[in-house]
Structure formats: C-alpha cells, structure tokens
Write a protein that binds this ligand. Structure first.
Ligand code: FAD
Length: 1004
C-alpha cells in the first residue's frame, strides 16, 4: 500500500485581525462592472418579489414571527417560551411559565392583528376559530377568559401545541424515518437533502455515545432510502463534532484527537459506503482550529479515498474564512481528493461577540458589521468557485441578493456547485430559483429530532427570522423598500474606515473611557496558548521559603514605619496615586507569565484560573485608579448660602492592615492593597502563610511602579502576626478576607482597643446555593454547576455548595451533572488540559476528606471522582435529604444536592435564608416571577441568573456578601474606596475680607 502523503502543518491564521485591513482588501476585490450589477439587481428583485408574494404558505408560523419580531417584548417572550416549554414535565411549572410569558406582552394589541399568538395557539391546538379573541381585549383579560372558558390544561395544551407546530415548521421529523418519508415527495424534483440529528453538544460520555449511535443509524436509514443517483446528487448528513465528545475544547486536544477522530472516521466510512455527502458543521470560533485538526485527521484516513462526499462548513463571518478555504483546498490537493464545502455566514454571532469581550481579546474573530460578513461571503464564494472541481461549493443562504451575486459570479454555469437552505426557510426564494433556473441544484438542510432536542435549534432560527439585521426578516417586511434590500455591502461599508461597528467597542475598550479592560487570551488560538505555555515554563520563580516570616516586633515596626509613610503618601495628589496603580497594572500585564508561573507553583492554580486571576488583579488596579481619580480629586462642592464655599473631600485614614487569603493570592491581595493605597492610606499587608511569594512579588511590583516603600510594607506570617498587626494602636483600618471565625476575632480585637474606633471591612465565606427549576436547560445547568462547584477545586468563596433541584427534573439533572463531572481532569495544574488542580495543602485535604467520609455515611453519593497522589481531592456529589445537613462552608470540590417540590419553593428560600450567609446565589429558571421572588426574599450579595456563579468581574459584578458573609462594601464596586477613607468638609467664608464681591458684581 502506498504510504500516505506527509501531513500538512496544522491550520494557522491570525485569530482576530484588524477589520480595516480586511475591508481594504475585500472592497478592492468586490467591484463588478455595471452590467453585472444590473443583472444582479434584476435577479434579486425577482427573487424578493417571489418571497413577498408568497402568501403564507407556511401555516402561520412566519406570520407569527413577523408579528412578534424579536425587537418587541412579545417576540422575546415567545422566544423564551419556545426555548423551554416543551421540556417542562410538570403542569404546575408549565402553567406558571406560560402565565409569566404571556403576561409580559400585549399579544392582542392591534385590531387587525387577528393572527396573534394566542389565536394561533388555540386555533391550531383546539381547532377553534380565530374569533376567540375579540379586537381590543387586554392580554390579561384574554388569558383569564381563555383559562376560565377552556381551563388551564387546555390553554397549556394549546400553547404547547403551538410551540410544537413552530418546531415542526423548522424540523423535518421527530425520527429519521419520519423525516425521510416527509422528504420523499420532493425527491423527484431534484431536491437534495442533508439531514441533521438535533441536540445540544454532549456533556457526558453517555451523551456522546447516544449521539454517535443516532447519527450512525440515521446514515444507515438515509443510505437505504437513497436511490441510485450519484454524488453530488445524493442525500447527505451533517454532523456536529461537539456532539461526539463531552470536552470538545482546545485544551483537551489530545483526548479529542484520540477519542473523537476514530468516531468521526467510523461515521465517515458508513457515509462513504452509501456514497452520501457527509458535512462537518461549523461551530464556535474557539473550536475552529481543533475542528480542522479533527476533520483533517479523519479525512486523511486512507479508507476514505475514492469518495467525494466528505465536506465541512465554513463561516464567512469569521475573519479566517479565506484561510480555512486555502487550508482545506491544500488538504484535498495533498491527498488528490475532492471535498464539499458549505459556505455559511455563521449562526453564533452574538455568542462570539460576548466571548471575545469576556476574554478581553485584542479583537473579534468575527466581523462586527453584517455588510462585512456579506462582503466576505461573496469573496469566499469567488474563491471556492475558482477551486472547482476539487472543491464542490455549497452556498447556504436565504439572502436573495447573496444568491443573485453568486449566480453572477458563476457566469451562467450551473454545475459544480449547489445552493442550500434550511428546512422551513427560504422556500419561496428557492421555488422561484427552481422555476427560473431548473438546472441549478439546491439542498435542504433538514433537522431531525424530538421536541425536547429541537429547542436550542429553534431559538437560533427564531433569532435569524426575527433579528432586524437579518435578510429574511427584512424581506418579510413590506415596509422595507426593495431598493434597501438591494444595497450592496460595498456601498454600505463605503470605505475601510467603516469596517468595524461603531457601537461595538473592541474587547479592550469595553470599559472606556473609564479604564482599559485587562488583556486575556483565547485558549482556542493554538499560537497564543503555546506562546503562553512556553513563556510560563521559562519563568524563574523564587524558591519556596525565600520570604521569611516576620516576628511580632517586626510587625510592630512595620506599622510604625507605615505611620511615617502615610504622611507623605497621603499628600501625594490622587491623580499621581492613580497613575502609579495604572503603571502597576501595565507591569502586571507585561509580566503576566511570571505571575501565572507563581500562581501555579505556589497556589496550585490551573492555567485558566491563573490567567483569570492576573486579569482580575489588573482590573483592580485600573478600576480603583479610575474611581480614585473621581473621588479623591478636588473634592465635591456642596450647596450653601452665598459668601462661602463648602467642599467635601475624602482623604486617607492612616495605616490600613490588609489581611488576605491564599485562594486568590494575587487578586484579593492586590485588590485590598491598591484600594487602601488609592484612598491615601499607608498599607501593611499580611498575605496568607501559604502564599507569601506571590505577595512579595506583588509588593515589589507596586514599589517599582512608584508606591514609596514607606507607604507599603509586607509582613509575612501566620495568624499570630495578623493578630499582632490588628492590635497595634496606630492602625486606622483593617481589610480582611477569610473565614467568618477569624473576622469575628479581628472584630473583637479592634473593639478591645482604646482609642479611635477602627473600621473593619470583612469579606467572609458562604454556604452558596443554586436553585434549578424545571424550565432550566439541563446542558446549561450541567456546565454552570460543574464550573461553579468544582473549578479551582471548589476553593472560591463564591463556589456553589448547595444545589436545590426541582424534583420533577432532578434525576436527569443530577445524572447529567455527574456525567459532566466525570469528564473533568484532576491533576497537574501546569498541564493546560487539567481542569482541577490540587487543594492548597495537606490540612485542607484532610479536612475535606473527613467531610467526604462523613457524607458517605449520611447522604446519598451520586458521584466520586478519582485523583492522583498528592494534595488532590476528588470532586464529589452528595444528595442530602435536608439542606440543614450542611451546617458549615466546605471549602473544596464537594457539591450537595437537595430536591424540592415545585409547590414548596418558599421552603427553599427559607432554608437558604436560615443559613445566615449571603454571598452568592445562582438561579436557573426561565420564569421571571421565580427569579424575582428569590431576589426579593434573599439578601444575597451576588445573584447570578441562568449562568455560573463564580468569577465576579471587577467593576461589573462588584463582589461581597451580607450577614455571616461579610460587612460590605463590595470589592470592585463604586462604594469600596470611600470605606477606606475619612471625610473632611472645608467651609471658607469668602466674604471674610469685608464684603461679598462676587454677589455685588453679579448685576441685575
Ligand atoms: C444549509 C445551511 C446550513 C448551515 N450550517 C451552518 C453551520 O454549520 N454553522 C453555522 O454557524 N451556521 C450554519 N448555518 C446558518 C447560517 O449561518 C445562517 O443561516 C446564516 O447566517 C444566515 O445567512 P443568510 O445569508 O441567509 O442571511 P443574512 O440575513 O444575509 O445574514 C445573516 C447573518 O449575518 C451575520 N451577521 C449579522 N449581524 C452581523 C454583524 N453585525 N456583523 C457581522 N455579521 C453579522 C450573521 O452570521 C447572521 O447569521 C447554515 C445555514 C444553512 C442555510
């Protein structure tokens, strides 16, 4: 057998290049001559007219979407209802949910809008006449009357049925067999299909197997049903790689390559056996490099030679699209094989923008203006057409202008490419195209799946149909003139200067003008990740023990020296103090690799955690600098009678003692210290005894940035040294983060000293809870629970300890959470593939192991992970019969679950309240009333709705608790700095010199 050709280097391209440079190139290349433009206009106009005259052949769904666009309250309510209703098993929650959502909008607001949502719902479900709702009725009245007349179960049934119908509109069948039989009537009309098995990405190994099996049997069924036509005129299947692996992420590359590639080859071989088109769908940008690694490893498999059906989707909204095309072409060329390439614009645009902002990237991997995406789509289309026949382009779009432009680029040719549309969309457009150009093939992407699985897909489609940037939404709106739909992307962009959206700031500028966002990194960018890993590995970090513990005498001396230092530092103008902190932030960013290395070696932090921590420290410096400039500047002029001026100023209190914990040895340490310094205090900082090296390096950095040595002193040592510092008579304030017990001791010590009463800012722990009801999405819950409970080995004060799950969905939720936890890698924090590192020391391990041993006797064990030797604690999940069984904060990767009955929600709130803590709370529910009830009843410092509950961002989610969880004010919030300061009012009698000249010269 001939040996396979040498492997190509992996795909590599700049992740988020500058929009302007790209626009300059794309605008240059996009010019067509006037005759071509005129033909495009004619074709597109014909297609648009066909779309507009197509009078509701689609069973009212499009009517409904048009009526309730996503820019309206009703549209949003409808989307949320569609996303969740069908997965709610119990009637009580379903009724509550329906009432919540239908009550939010005015669904019968307009007399002429008789096809309003409830009418459709009830008419479809119950065969009733649309006259059920009379013009002019209020929504509440309508729901009430309907409920009274038909009963709540009938309204529930009607609404569910409406959601199903909406689902059916976009989904070809609940099973592949049903889909195949629905597809058959069209098979005579040259229509091609690509089937897709719906579902969220796999979160557990079982999910991955289930998805694999469902794709495998679908391929068999499609193959059996196919006739004897040849490729490309054969049906196909579209697969999502995230369905086949529970950790389809860049950092788990090795596992993914070992476990996923063989699965993909298996499926591809089956597809080959039936000569099907087999397309790997395009997913999020951070998975692109990994997807291409997997795809090319599978494609290279010699068993797939001689088959032209293998393909992938490429997203034109990604700036790397043209590079991906080059890469794919190079791959096919190197193997002398053909490939099918579906060109799409991209379905996750909103997610991409958010992720890049959260990660603090230098730029976006996607365009921020739709016209740039359109422009790139056409450029990529041109590139693909030129690569025929090695590449078989498949143009997936519902945009008539895009279709017309591609037809023009194809120069009248009809072979060697096809168009694609989604089932339930673009019917009229492609029907018209079929009439005008019967020689041009088009394929329908046909999702297959049960109602429970269609929800996420449905939301994507509703977004696409309802977003006002989308072509289908505009084409459906008769008020939008055709000329607007024909505007070329080149004209919309005009010049390269306009390539980026003016209202979407770069991630770095998210908080401008106040401050710069901290710089992050995208682990999905191989070059950036490997650069970081080698930079971290190359760091020389000081040896353990190189920072000596202080004696009590040295601690006292430090406070005295700080008292001297205070005099000078407090007189330094606020602007200069702020500039010093900003310099520190810049230095931290420049030396991030050094601090990451330290955090890993001394604090056991995983790479991801260490990067986040450095970012948080940077944000603290910049945030307090910006706040401090405002608060400590010239003072605030107060109103008063003429002839005097009144100014209120903030100034430092004196010497602040800052006592910080080991779990955020850089971020919390620097947060406390920089707040104290910005307020004009001198600071004596005592880090946790487990992490003195990081603190020492941070102090060195602040000194280098310009904080005088006399204003900032490091005193290493254990609790006794902390106690000595707190007891010192010259201390003017204490800021502490740690256990409630130690906070109480400090409080007592401060109270016992004579002299001025010293303020204490304490942030302590919590028994943090999350509530999950039946409307929540299990996959999202699994992600967020696993992150909240186990990330950082559960050693965050915000971490989830107690999960309340509605009993109707508890089995499935717990199973998925346990399955997802099973996929976490516990081990060496220096390895980027590690999800959970060690706990801080042997004492911590011993305490946690003892708790786990007790729970094994007292609670039901759902999951126990495995760990290597060392200070590792395996993640555990226990089910308690009562929340009261957890009496104290367990600072490690142990999750406690309690079930609750839907009608006892108030008890859940009571038991959270009873704990006395109030730090963080998570809620997963689509019912706004439920969320509002929890927020109203529970005085918890940080509440997170439908997301994870850790990782508060400075200046975005000011952090800190209430009750046993701390005194406030919140770190990283606008009220923090004033707590470090004292106030001074200066009143000057401006008329003291004998008269009020300003008043007298004011004129009439
Ligand atoms: C057969 C088929 C298969 C598909 N497979 C995939 C797939 O594998 N992966 C995938 O991601 N998508 C896939 N899609 C979805 C596809 O990306 C969307 O349907 C497509 O974006 C809609 O494009 P359009 O030309 O029909 O609509 P248009 O309305 O012309 O374009 C809308 C698109 O523009 C982009 N956009 C919107 N606002 C902005 C902005 N401000 N800046 C930049 N871009 C913006 C978005 O991508 C949006 O979806 C597929 C679509 C079809 C038809």
């Amino acid at each position: 057998m001939p040996s396979p050709p040498p492997e190509l280097p992996p795909f590599s391209a700049p992740y988020a290049p500058d929009d302007r440079a790209m626009a300059a190139r794309l605008l240059q290349a996009a010019r067509l001559d006037p005759a071509q433009e005129a033909r495009i206009d004619r074709t597109a106009t014909r297609l648009i007219e066909a779309i507009r005259t197509n009078d509701d052949a689609l069973g009212g769904v499009e009517d409904m979407l048009r009526e309730f666009a996503l820019s309206t309250k009703e549209g949003l309510a409808l989307m949320v209802l569609a996303e969740a209703l069908l997965r709610v098993p119990d009637a009580r929650t379903a009724d509550q949910f329906i009432e919540d959502k239908l009550g939010q909008g005015d669904f019968v607001h307009h007399e002429t809008r008789s096809s309003a949502f409830l009418v459709n719902a009830s008419a479809w479900a119950l065969g009733m006449s649309a006259r059920v709702i009379q013009p002019g009725e209020t929504p509440q009245g309508t729901i009430g009357r309907l409920t009274k007349r038909l009963g709540a179960p009938a309204v529930r049934l009607a609404t569910r049925q409406a959601m199903r119908l909406m689902g059916n509109h976009f989904v070809l069948g609940e099973t592949i067999e049903a889909a195949l039989s629905r597809a058959r009537p069209d098979s005579s009309s040259q229509q091609r299909y690509s089937f897709d098995m719906l579902g969220e990405g796999a979160r557990t190994a079982e999910d991955a197997v289930r998805y694999f099996n469902s794709y495998a049997s679908a391929i068999e069924a499609i193959g059996r049903a196919a006739d004897d036509r040849t490729l490309p005129d054969r049906p196909g299947i579209s697969v999502k790689l995230s369905a086949f692996h529970p950790r389809f992420e860049a950092v788990s590359r090795e596992r993914v390559m070992n476990e996923l590639v063989p699965r993909l080859i298996d499926l591809a071989r089956q597809a080959k056996a039936h000569e099907l088109n087999f397309t790997v769908d395009a997913e999020e940008a951070d998975r692109l490099e990994l997807s291409l690694d997997v795809m090319s490893a599978a494609f290279r498999d010699p068993s797939l030679a001689g088959w032209d059906g293998f393909g992938l989707a490429i997203q034109a909204y990604q700036k790397r699209a043209a590079d991906v095309i080059d890469y794919v072409d190079g791959l096919a060329r190197s193997l002398d094989r053909k490939m099918m390439v579906r060109l799409v614009k991209g379905a996750y645009w909103d997610t991409e923008i958010k992720r890049a902002q959260e990660r603090g990237l230098d730029g976006y991997p996607v365009f921020t203006r739709k016209a740039m995406t359109d422009l790139n789509y056409v450029a990529c289309a041109q590139q693909l057409l030129a690569l025929r026949p090695r590449i078989f382009p498949q143009f997936a779009t519902h945009n008539a202008l895009t279709v017309a432009t591609i037809l023009e680029l194809a120069e009248g040719e009809a072979s060697g490419f096809e168009f694609q549309r989604l089932h339930g969309m673009g019917e009229a457009l492609y029907a018209k195209l079929g009439e005008d150009r019967p020689d041009i093939a088009h394929r329908t992407y046909a999702p297959v799946g049960s109602h429970r699985d269609l929800l996420a897909y449905l939301v994507r489609r509703l977004l696409e149909n309802g977003a006002n940037s989308s072509f289908v939404a505009l084409a459906a709106d008769d008020a939008v003139p055709v000329s607007q739909l024909l505007r070329r992307p080149t004209d919309i962009i005009g010049s390269a200067e306009n390539a980026a959206h003016p209202n979407i700031p770069l991630p770095r500028d998210l908080y401008r003008p106040q401050r710069e966002n901290s710089r992050g990194i995208e682990f999905g960018e191989r070059a950036a990740l490997s650069h970081l890993v080698s930079a971290v590995a190359a760091q020389q970090v000081p040896a353990a023990g190189s920072v000596a513990d202080a004696t009590a005498a040295a601690a006292n001396a430090a406070v005295s020296a700080a008292s001297d230092g205070f005099r000078r530092w407090s007189k330094t103008p606020a602007d200069k103090r702020a500039a010093t902190l900003e310099r520190a932030a810049d230095l931290l960013e420049t030396r991030s690799a050094h601090f990451i290395a330290l955090l890993q070696r001394e604090g056991g932090k995983t790479l991801d955690d260490a990067v986040s921590e450095v970012r948080e420290a940077v944000d603290f410096c910049r945030y307090y600098a910006a706040q401090g400039r405002e608060l400590f500047g010239d003072g605030k002029a107060m109103p008063g009678p003429t002839g005097e001026s009144n100014v209120l100023c903030l100034r430092g209190r004196g010497v602040f003692v800052a006592i910080s914990p080991w779990n955020f040895p850089l971020a919390i340490f620097l947060g406390q210290v920089t707040a104290g310094l910005m307020a004009g205090n001198a600071v004596v900082a005592k880090p946790a005894e487990q992490t003195p090296l990081i603190a020492a390096e941070a102090v060195r950095l602040l000194h280098e940035a310009g904080v005088p040595a006399s204003a900032l002193h490091l005193v290493a040592g254990d609790g006794r040294i902390g106690a000595a510092l707190v007891a010192h008579p010259h201390v003017a304030g204490v800021v502490f983060t740690g256990s409630t017990e130690v906070a109480r001791m400090i409080n007592r010590a401060l109270a016992a000293t004579d002299g001025p009463i010293v303020p204490l800012i304490a942030e302590t722990g919590g028994i943090n809870a999350m509530i999950v009801d039946a409307t929540a999405l299990p996959e999202q819950v699994a992600d967020d629970v696993v992150t909240s409970a186990f990330r950082t080995a559960g050693q965050r004060c915000s971490a989830l300890r107690l999960l309340f799950v509605q009993d109707d969905v508890a089995d499935r939720m717990i199973e998925m959470i346990a399955g997802a936890a099973r996929e976490l890698v516990v081990g060496d924090p220096n390895d980027p593939a590690t999800h959970i590192g060690p706990v801080i020391d042997a004492d911590a391990k011993q305490r946690l192991d003892a708790h786990i041993a007790r729970m094994k006797k007292e609670a039901r064990l759902h999951f126990a992970g495995t760990v290597p030797a060392g200070n590792f604690v395996a993640p555990h999940i226990f089910e308690l019969s009562d929340a009261g069984q957890l009496t104290e904060e367990v600072f490690g990767p142990v999750l406690h679950v309690v079930r609750y009955a839907a009608d006892r929600f108030d008890r859940v709130l009571q038991s959270i309240e009873r704990s006395g803590y109030g730090l963080t709370l998570g809620i997963h529910s689509r019912i706004d009333d439920t969320v509002e009830d929890a927020i109203e009843v529970l005085q918890v410092g940080n509440i997170y709705v439908n997301r994870n509950m850790i990782g508060a961002v400075v200046g975005v989610q000011p952090f800190g608790g209430h009750g046993l969880s701390g005194t406030g004010p919140k770190a990283g919030g606008p009220h923090y700095l004033p707590r470090f300061a004292t106030e001074q009012t200066v009143t000057v009698n401006t008329a003291a010199a004998g008269g009020n000249a300003a008043l007298m010269s004011g004129g009439e």
